[in-house]
Write a protein that binds this ligand. Structure first.
Ligand code: HEC
Length: 192
C-alpha cells in the first residue's frame, strides 16, 4: 500500500515537473506521440460506440438526405471537414486533432455498417467532441435534421468532385427558383 502511494506521488511529481518546465507542450502544432494518439483514438471510438449503440436510426428519405443533409453540410461543415473539389481551408489546416475528410474515406456499402456509422455520426454531430473543435449541433438543430446530416456524411464517403458539384448546382437552382419568381416580378414592376 505504501509503495503504491509513493509511486502515485512520484507520478504526479513527474507530471508537475513536465508541465512547469514546459517539457510538455499544449500547442496545436506539436503532435502527440503515436502511442498517445492511438490511445485517444481508441478511447474516443469506444465512448462514441457506447453512447450511440442504443439509438434507433429513423426511416431516412434519400431525397431529403441529399437536399437537407447536403445543405446543412455545405453551409456549416466544409470549413473544417472540406468537400470534394473544394480548396483546403485555413481553419482545417490549423486544427489538431485534424477533422476527418469524409470524401477521402472508403464508401460504406454494407447496410449494417451503414446504420452503425450513421448512428455514431448522429451522436457526434448532436453532442460534439470535447477538446477537439467539433461543435455540438444539438443545441441549435432538431434530431431530424441531424439524422439527415449524419446520413449525408456517410454518403459523402468516396464522393467525387463532379457529384458534389452537381448537388451544389441542384440546390442553387432550387433556391433561384423559389426566390427568383418574386424578384423577377419586382423587377418588372419597377421597369414598367
Ligand atoms: C470547427 C471545426 C469543425 C466544424 C465546423 C465541424 N466539425 Fe466535425 N469534427 C471536427 C474535428 C476536429 C473532429 C475530429 C475530432 C477527433 O479526431 O477526435 C470532428 C469530428 C466529426 C465527426 C466524427 C467522425 C468520426 O469518424 O468519428 C463527425 C461525424 C463530424 N465531425 C461531423 C460534422 C458535421 C456534420 C459538421 C457540420 C454540421 C461538422 N462536423 C462541423 C471539427 C469540426
Amino acid at each position: 500500500m505504501k509503495l503504491f502511494l509513493y509511486l502515485l506521488l512520484g507520478f504526479f511529481l513527474v507530471m508537475a515537473i513536465a508541465i512547469i518546465s514546459g517539457a510538455h507542450n499544449i500547442s496545436a502544432t506539436e503532435k502527440h506521440w503515436s502511442i498517445t494518439e492511438k490511445t485517444i483514438d481508441w478511447i474516443r471510438e469506444s465512448l462514441i460506440e457506447v453512447h450511440a449503440k442504443n439509438l434507433t436510426v429513423p426511416q431516412l428519405d434519400d431525397r431529403n438526405v441529399l437536399s437537407n443533409g447536403f445543405k446543412h453540410y455545405h453551409e456549416m461543415c466544409t470549413e473544417c471537414h472540406l468537400a470534394p473539389g473544394l480548396e483546403v481551408t485555413e481553419v482545417s489546416m490549423g486544427l489538431y486533432p485534424q477533422p476527418p475528410v469524409f470524401h477521402e474515406q472508403a464508401p460504406v456499402t454494407e447496410q449494417a455498417i451503414r446504420s452503425d456509422t450513421i448512428r455514431k455520426y448522429f451522436w457526434v454531430i448532436k453532442n460534439g467532441l470535447k477538446m477537439t473543435g467539433m461543435p455540438a449541433w444539438g443545441l441549435s438543430h432538431d434530431d431530424q435534421s441531424m439524422w439527415s446530416m449524419a446520413a449525408f456524411v456517410v454518403k459523402l464517403h468516396g464522393m467525387s468532385a463532379a457529384e458534389y458539384e452537381n448537388l451544389v448546382r441542384t440546390t442553387e437552382a432550387d433556391h433561384s427558383h423559389h426566390h427568383g419568381h418574386d424578384e423577377h416580378s419586382h423587377h418588372h414592376d419597377h421597369s414598367h
